[in-house]
Design a binder for this molecule. Structure first.
Ligand code: NAD
Length: 480
C-alpha cells in the first residue's frame, strides 16, 4: 500500500480529492519540524460528504449485516498489513512512543474485527401484547448518516471506534479527524478504499473544528454526531446539534481520581502511575490526575512517586536514544500545563518532581510532575490537565476519599487501590463515575462501555452498549 503517509487528501464518495489551498500546518511535536500543510475544509465540502453518505446509506443498509461486517474484516487486514508505516505516521504526527503506536494499530484492527462480529448478533424482541391476537415486534434500525469528530490522542484508533459500529449497523459515516493529526485518518481512508468499501459509505475530510466541524454538526441531514474531545467543544457541539434535534454521543474530558488505601502495595501503585503517565505523556482521558491516599502511607507513596517520575527518560520517540516518554501535542498544551502548575505553586502547593516544560524550539515536552498540598479551588485540582501531572494528597478515611473524588464536575474514570474487597465494593458503589478500576487503571476494554457522566459526556463507545447507540428502535404492532 502507498499510504502517502504525510499527504492529506479528502476522501469523499470513494474518491480522493487534493485540496490545493491547504492552510493548516501540521508539526512533529517531538522537534517542531513542519510535517506538511493540510486543508481547512469548508461548508461546501461538508455538504458534499454528507450528500455522498446520504446517497449511499439505503443501499448499504439493505446489504445483509454479515456482508457489511466482511468489509470491516478486510479493513482490519489492511491495517495489519500496513502496521509499520501506520505506527510511524502516528508517532510523527502525535508524538507517542513507537511501541504504543504499534499497540494502537493492533487495537484498531481488533476493534474493526470485534464490531464486525456483531453482524450476526444484533437481536430484536418479541413483546407480549395486551390485545388478543396481536404481536409486538421491536427492531433495531440504523440511524442513517453519522458524523464522527475525533481528538488527536489516538488518531488511528479513534477512526475505527467511530466507523466500525456505525457501518456494521447499516449507517454511513463522515469522519473529521483532529487538525493536529490528520495523516493517520487519511491512511485509514486509503485502506478503506483498498478494501473496496462502496463509494460514499465512509468519507474522511479535514478541517478545523469551528469551521468544518461546526458545518458537519449543524447540517440537518445528519442523524447522529459521535464526538470525542474536550468538554467545552462537546457543549458547543451539543448546542449546535440541538438546532436540528440531532442525536449526540459525547465522550469528553476527565479528571480521574485514584484512591489508595493503606493496605495497597505502594511500589505497585507508583509503578502503575509511572507507566500510565509516561504512556502517552499523560494524554489519555482515563489517566489518574488526583490521588487521595490514606494519611499513614501518603508521605511514603509521595516519595516513591517522586522518585519514579524523576527517573522517566523524556525525549524524541524516534531519536537515537531510547526514551520512556515523548512530547505533548503542541506548545499550547505545554503553556497551559505550565500555568496550572505555576498557579498551584503560587498558592502554596509543593512540586515534588518535575514542574516545568521545554523552551520554544525544543519540542513540546513537559517533565513528569508530582504536586502535593493542593487546596479546594485551585485550578489544577478542578480543571483537566491532560498531561504527565499527578496531585497527591492525604485523607483520613475511605469516606473522605470518595467525597473528594466525587467533588468534581467530571465523571469519566476512577480507581481504587486496596486488597480489601469490602472497601473496593464500597468505592464502586459510591464513586459517581462511568468507570471504576480496582488495582489498575488504563485501558478500557473494547467489549466494555466507555462512557462518562456529568461533564464527561452523554452516551458512550465500545461493546454492546456503544454499538446500540448507532441504532434506533422501531416497534411494529401486528393485529391478526
Ligand atoms: P478538542 O475538543 O479540542 O477537539 C476535538 C475535535 O473536535 C477536533 O477534531 C476539533 O477540530 C473538533 N472541534 C472543536 N470544536 C468544535 C466545534 N465547535 N464543532 C465541531 N467540532 C469541533 O479536543 P482535543 O484537544 O483534540 O482532545 C483532547 C480532549 O479529548 C481532552 O479533553 C480529553 O479528555 C478528551 N478525550 C476524551 C476521551 C473519552 O473517551 N472520553 C478520549 C480521548 C480524549
Amino acid at each position: 500500500m502507498n499510504t502517502h503517509a504525510l499527504r492529506f487528501e479528502h476522501y469523499v464518495n470513494g474518491r480522493f480529492i487534493a485540496d490545493t489551498a491547504a492552510t493548516i500546518e501540521v508539526r512533529n511535536p517531538a522537534d517542531e519540524t513542519v510535517l506538511g500543510q493540510v486543508p481547512d475544509g469548508d461548508v461546501a465540502l461538508a455538504e458534499q460528504a454528507i450528500a455522498a453518505a446520504r446517497a449511499a446509506q439505503d443501499g448499504w443498509a439493505a446489504r445483509p449485516a454479515i456482508e457489511r461486517g466482511q468489509f470491516l474484516h478486510r479493513m482490519a487486514t489492511g491495517i495489519r498489513n500496513n502496521a509499520e508505516p501506520l505506527a510511524r505516521t502516528i508517532v510523527l504526527e502525535q508524538g507517542k512512543l513507537l511501541p504504543l503506536a504499534q499497540m494502537e494499530v493492533g487495537v484498531t484492527a481488533e476493534y474493526l474485527d470485534y464490531m464486525a462480529e456483531w453482524a450476526r448478533r444484533i437481536e430484536g424482541e418479541v413483546i407480549t401484547s395486551d390485545r388478543p391476537g396481536e404481536n409486538i415486534f421491536l427492531f433495531h434500525r440504523p440511524l442513517g448518516v453519522t458524523v464522527g469528530i475525533l481528538p488527536w490522542n489516538f488518531p488511528l484508533f479513534m477512526v475505527a471506534r467511530k466507523v466500525a459500529p456505525a457501518l456494521v449497523t447499516g449507517n454511513t459515516a463522515v469522519i473529521k479527524p483532529s487538525e493536529e493529526t490528520p495523516y493517520s485518518a487519511c491512511a485509514f481512508a486509503r485502506i478503506a478504499a483498498e478494501a473496496e468499501l462502496p463509494a460514499g459509505v465512509l468519507n474522511i475530510i479535514c478541517g478545523r473544528g469551528r469551521t468544518l466541524g461546526a458545518a458537519l454538526v449543524g447540517n440537518p441531514a445528519v442523524d447522529m454526531v459521535s464526538f470525542t474531545g474536550s468538554s467545552a467543544a462537546g457543549s458547543a457541539i451539543m448546542a449546535n446539534a440541538a438546532r436540528n434535534t440531532t442525536k449526540v454521543s459525547l465522550e469528553l474530558g476527565g479528571k480521574a481520581p485514584s484512591i489508595v488505601l493503606a493496605d495497597a502495595n505502594l511500589d505497585q501503585v507508583a509503578g502503575i502511575l509511572r507507566a500510565s503517565k509516561a504512556l502517552n505523556s499523560g494524554q489519555a482521558c482515563n489517566c489518574t490526575e488526583r490521588l487521595y491516599v490514606e494519611r499513614s502511607v501518603c508521605e511514603a507513596l509521595a516519595e516513591k512517586l517522586a522518585n519514579a517520575f524523576n527517573s522517566v527518560s523524556v525525549g524524541n520517540p524516534l531519536g537515537a536514544t531510547p526514551v520512556e516518554m515523548g512530547p505533548l501535542i503542541n506548545r499550547t498544551a505545554v503553556d497551559r500545563i505550565q500555568s496550572l502548575v505555576d498557579d498551584a505553586r503560587q498558592q502554596g502547593a509543593d512540586v515534588l518532581a518535575g514542574g516545568s516544560g521545554s523552551a520554544a524550539g525544543q519540542g513540546y515536552y513537559f517533565a513528569p510532575t508530582v504536586v502535593s498540598g493542593t487546596k479546594p479551588g485551585m485550578k489544577i485540582l478542578e480543571r483537566e490537565v491532560f498531561g504527565p501531572v499527578v496531585m497527591i494528597d492525604p485523607v483520613d478515611s475511605l469516606e473522605e476519599a470518595i467525597a473528594l473524588a466525587n467533588a468534581n464536575e467530571y465523571g469519566l474514570t476512577s480507581s481504587i487501590f486496596t486488597n480489601n474487597l469490602t472497601s473496593a465494593m464500597r468505592a464502586i458503589n459510591q464513586l459517581k463515575y462511568g468507570e471504576v478500576y480496582v488495582n489498575r487503571e488504563n485501558f478500557e476494554a473494547i467489549q466494555g462501555h466507555h462512557a462518562g457522566v456529568r461533564r464527561s459526556g452523554i452516551g458512550g463507545d465500545d461493546g454492546k452498549h456503544g454499538l446500540y447507540e448507532y441504532m434506533h428502535t422501531q416497534v411494529a404492532y401486528i393485529q391478526s
